[in-house]
Ligand binder design. Structure first.
Ligand code: M6R
Length: 592
């Protein structure tokens, strides 16, 4: 959600660097973009546009420049217009700012600045930032980083800001709640919302923590606590992601590339240190109340884990969507354990839930994909799923990796860690076999038959129920078809009224004790004219179309969601939608 990227260093093509980097942050979701660079003669050059950056020529930003900032905006305050796009400037055009998050007290600050003669060109909360910095710089002897620090102390809200000054090569950034990472090269620095922006230049990073600011000046870097001004020493971290991991390679879309990555990612997720998994299992066994907590797809993963813990480990856990979690504060104790699950590690609702857990003294275990992310660093203990960068907005390989780790933990609680690992490695092999061109073509053919429908329903029972909910998210977000998931047995309590002649209904099945029940539910649907597409290891006569999946035991939900990911992708492409960048959505949701 909003991409920030800035460069300062010896290179002379800062504009091109930030434009290319911004293109690598496109997956975050945005509706307008902009760039500002300091030219050789000390003047500021900027451009802003509504729409996508994809077609923009990098060469158009090749003026000689060693300092530039860029931004992709996902509108919150003020409509999607060129005026509201970032960067925003001070009245004297000295300061340029890009911003992610929300300055909640912007109206009060704006009134105060207007009273001092400042005029504003946009409807955004962001524009108060450069004007306030300009005002603070008026005090003789105030340096840029002092002015930024003083400004930050006035802001209420969650934000990440990046500030450049036309009169120097200095970059100053600060964060409270929204991510910022510094890429460190040879006497050069990159400051971005996410690593893919600068992966081409460096894999060495320093993380900015909440409440911290960073100043890059004359080839030196300095981290400080915003509140106290105290300097902070940072550890240089080497990222093991490569450009190839973050690239879509031979595929037309990241979503398809990431679906195909699942040939390897289950295996990578299972590659965990036994000692750590047993430690986590012990913590779940001994805690007084365990709550799984996440958003969207990661939330559906948690719901599946609820079944894993119940069936495999005979252990009761609860699930709460992160946005609802604060309501649970009455039940939290220091002995409670909260397990948060997140691909990005930056989801604001999850971070907020962690804050609530912390206030109660509860322990937090994080299962994340992004090393060094805010959630990973704020947790008491973190397990990485090792899926590599996931860039398509629709979560695919991260979801199956998260399920694999949770299923492994459930086995560890049951004292069957090795059984769990073997089961998952077998599932990984089955997925590898499944993801062949004929299989994908078969699903594409099914998509062709149903792509014109505006409504479809998905049913599942047991651990296939959360996968029915997840299937609905996948189809909705990329194809814009109205899809809804139900517990199969719930149909007759209401939703069956929606079924008409030819309505596509997808049934997710395993070869398990629920087969008889779900076949009855399918019969009920068929009797009302539904067109049945079954994802099942076994074929039954009542299916109109069959997507064969391997019989994977407790790993069935992991296996079953993969053909649905392909179906959702195919529906999006057939309907002319871009599956990587669905409308109104962002990859990491850093606002509440
Ligand atoms: O990065 P996170 O896993 O915390 O993100 C949570 C959700 O925003 C995310 O899963 C979202 O629902 C996906 N777009 C679904 O594909």
């Amino acid at each position: 959600m909003c991409g920030i990227f800035g460069y300062t260093g010896p290179r002379k093509n800062a504009g091109v660097i930030v434009i290319k980097g911004l293109k690598n942050l496109e997956y975050r979701g945005y509706d307008s973009w902009g760039v500002a660079m300091r030219l050789k003669d000390g003047t500021l050059s900027s451009s802003k546009e509504v729409g996508k950056i994809g077609a923009v020529r990098n060469e158009d930003f090749s003026d000689e420049s060693s300092l530039a900032i860029a931004h992709s905006r996902w509108a919150t305050h003020g409509g999607v217009t060129k005026e509201n796009a970032h960067p925003h400037f001070s009245g004297d055009q000295r300061i340029a700012v890009v911003h992610n998050g929300i300055i909640e007290n912007f109206e009060e600050l704006r009134r105060e600045l207007e009273a001092k003669g400042h005029t504003f060109a946009s409807e955004t909360d962001t524009e108060v930032i450069p004007h306030l910095i300009e005002e603070l710089l008026k005090t003789k002897g105030t340096t840029l980083h002092e002015a930024v620090r003083a400004a930050c102390k006035r802001f209420v809200g969650r934000y990440a800001i990046l500030v450049m000054d036309r009169t120097s090569e200095t970059l100053v950034a600060a964060r409270t709640g929204s991510p910022l990472i510094v890429g460190v090269g040879e006497k050069e620095f990159f400051i971005a919302s996410d690593i893919p922006a600068f992966l081409e230049y460096t894999r060495t990073v320093e993380y900015l923590d909440d409440g911290e600011m960073v100043t890059v000046e004359n080839g030196a870097i300095r981290f400080q606590n915003i509140e106290t001004g105290e300097e902070r020493a940072k550890r240089l971290v080497t990222i093991d992601w490569t450009i190839k991991d973050a690239d879509k390679g031979e595929y037309e879309h990241y979503m398809m590339k990431e679906i195909m990555d699942q040939k390897q990612t289950i295996q990578r997720a299972v590659h965990q240190d036994d000692e750590q998994i047993l430690k986590v299992a012990k913590a779940i066994e001994t805690c007084l109340g365990c709550i799984l907590c996440a958003c969207g797809t990661a939330g559906k993963v948690c719901m599946a884990a609820d079944y894993f813990f119940s069936v495999v480990a005979k252990r009761h856990v609860n699930f709460a969507p992160a946005s609802e979690f604060p309501i649970y504060h009455h039940f939290l104790k220091p002995e409670s354990l909260i397990i948060v699950v997140s691909q990005s590690g930056e989801t604001a609702d999850v971070l907020e839930a962690m804050k609530v857990a912390r206030q109660a003294g509860s322990k937090v275990l994080a299962i994340v994909n992004t090393e060094g992310s805010s959630i990973a660093r704020a947790a008491d203990f973190t397990l990485l799923i090792n899926a590599g960068p996931e860039r398509a907005v629709a979560s695919t390989k991260a979801a199956t990796g998260q399920m694999a780790v949770l299923l492994l933990i459930a086995h560890a609680i049951a004292g069957k860690l090795n059984v769990g690992r073997t089961l998952l490695l077998e599932a990984s092999g089955q997925i590898n076999d499944m993801l062949n061109p004929r299989y994908i073509e078969h699903i594409r053919g099914i998509a062709q038959k149903i792509a014109h429908h505006e409504n479809m329903y998905i049913i599942g029972k047991g651990w296939n129920y959360p996968m029915a909910l997840e299937s609905a998210i996948k189809i909705q977000e990329v194809s814009y078809i109205h899809a809804e998931g139900f517990a199969a047995g719930e149909l007759k309590h209401g939703p069956i009224a929606l079924i008409e002649e030819g309505t596509p209904c997808i049934a997710l099945m395993g070869n398990d004790e629920f087969t008889a029940d779900i076949l009855s539910n399918i019969m009920e649907l068929k009797a009302r004219g539904a067109y049945i597409i079954a994802v099942s290891p076994v074929r039954h006569d009542m299916f109109d179309l069959w997507i064969k999946v391997p019989d994977a035991g407790a790993a069935q939900p992991i296996v079953n969601i993969i053909p649905i990911q392909i179906l959702a992708y195919s529906l999006a492409v057939l309907r002319g939608k871009d599956p990587d960048m669905p409308r109104n959505l962002a990859k990491s949701v850093t606002v509440k």
